[in-house]
Ligand binder design. Structure first.
Ligand code: 2AL
Length: 252
């Protein structure tokens, strides 16, 4: 199967790290096709960034309508439901996947994310995903997303220290990494923390494999039905819906 992993920000080095983490866990028959958004913000750290990034996400899906599954590889899960409207194929967001994985492994988790404003957005996702009971706390390390790309141990140490505080103060049973830029830290943190450390990229890839393997598909019954065909005005005219992604988007 082929999983299209879409980084909705435009920083290619982040995509490369995610592709590496995804390939390390993918089954032997799974191809990870990782792409970087060709437009939009270099990092996604707020509601405006998220809104604008969705166009690049949709462009990446339209450019490749035949993937078996799609992964939205940003912890805000921007445009996740819009992406699902476009295809029969499963579309998995990394925040959603990470939180669900955490609940299979522990009755409680805390999320460690980047900026304080991102923390607030992640808290909204926790509520949206029905994870309020399981999520003890969302914590911010107060570093912008692109600082995670800085080589060296400093960022690793900051995330480790925040995770240790989460275990001590929140009494949580698992740590969810709250940014795609933290992918690849699982080995470092896992060796130093006594609890499961969940990278949403890894979780999303494995859930995508499971859903495709189980021959499951995105429901077209209700609000995830293909967008209603209608004209769009101005610069968005080219995005006017015309049913499924060309090619059928995964379901024959
Ligand atoms: C993110 C992420 O995962 N990628 C990005 O650009 N912004 N979200 C976050 N919570 O920091």
């Amino acid at each position: 199967m082929r999983i299209k992993l879409i980084n909705p920000n435009s920083t290619a080095s982040m995509t490369a790290s995610m592709a590496q983490a995804a390939r390390q866990v993918a089954a032997s028959g799974t191809e990870i096709d990782a792409v970087t958004s060709v437009s939009g913000p270099v990092s996604i750290e707020g509601h405006y960034d998220e809104a604008i990034s969705v166009i690049g996400l949709i462009d990446a899906m339209r450019a490749d309508p035949d993937a078996d599954a799609y992964v939205v590889a940003c912890f805000g899960d921007p445009g996740l439901l819009a992406a699902r409207e476009l295809t029969h194929a499963p579309v998995v967001g990394i925040a959603e996947a990470a939180m669900h994985a955490a609940t299979f492994l522990s009755t409680s988790f805390s999320i460690v994310t980047t900026l304080d404003r991102t923390r607030i957005i992640a808290e909204a996702l926790v509520r949206n995903y029905g994870m309020r009971d399981a999520c003890r706390r969302v914590r911010a390390i107060d570093l912008p997303v692109l600082d995670l790309e800085t080589p060296g141990d400093r960022v690793h140490e900051i995330i480790l220290a925040e995770s240790l505080r989460a275990l001590e103060e929140d009494r949580c049973g698992a740590i969810v990494l709250g940014c795609a830029g933290m992918t690849g830290l699982v080995d470092y943190l896992g060796a130093r923390l006594p609890v499961p450390v969940i990278d949403g990229v890894v979780a999303a890839v494995k859930f995508a494999e499971a859903l495709v393997g189980a021959r499951l598909f995105t429901s077209k019954h209700g609000d995830l039905a293909f967008p209603l065909p209608k004209p769009y005005a101005g610069a968005m005219a080219g995005y006017a819906p015309s049913g499924a992604l060309a090619g059928g988007g995964g379901k024959q």
